[in-house]
Design a protein around this ligand. Sequence first.
Ligand code: F6R
Length: 241
Amino acid sequence: MKIHRAENYQEMSRAAANMVLDQISKKNNSVLGLATGSTPIGMYEYLIELYNKGDIDFSETRTVNLDEYVGLSRDNPQSYNYFMHEKFFRHVNISKENIYIPDGADTDTEKVCKDYEKIIENIGGIDLQILGIGTDGHIGFNEPGEAFIPSTHVVTLAESTIISNKRFFDDKKDVPKKAITIGIKTIFQAKKIVLLASGSGKAAILQKALLWPITPGIPASILQLHSDCTIIGDEDALYLL
Ligand code: F6R
């Protein structure tokens, strides 16, 4: 596992965007595994900048998002689908048919999960997976538990996740209680993984995830075993490492 110490959020975001640039330059039809949340927003901004300068072309790129809230349709401003279009997709030349995000509004969640697994398999798996980390150690929405859940599944969000994510909603009670997330095996099978972390709020969990024994109680700890995983963090997030 490599640790890239960035001076601040901007540097973290730039380093992550450069890894995406490198990936797309080597293989223009790469499958990018993408994350939402606050952490990758700066990376998306740099990628848009690179695109506007003509340095990167997403016309062949496929994207697979990590997760989506159950019960939110794609046009709901709180959905991850909406987030991705607002923060990234609508600003670059990614083809609509190359964008994959679980459908949170489909009530047949079992089928959504199965189909999503199939899609990821059919497009050849993930070349570069971008991750954030929850303060409880979740990656995607794989919450701490008794076992690592391998494939796409419905998860009941941990109370700490609901509290963290209420900042995006008018009220805590509006935060969906369930989400669809790709599983740990699917994340782990990505050829390359980049985990981004920013701010002192992530320092303690990063220390546990990277230095403590691997356990499903800290889902991100599995990344210790990955053969090509880079942690890009700013000073505040990495100060305990
Ligand atoms: C988002 C996701 C989550 C977030 C994590 C950190 O698609 O899968 O694992 O990466 O909750 O969120 P932020 O970046 O908002 O601290």
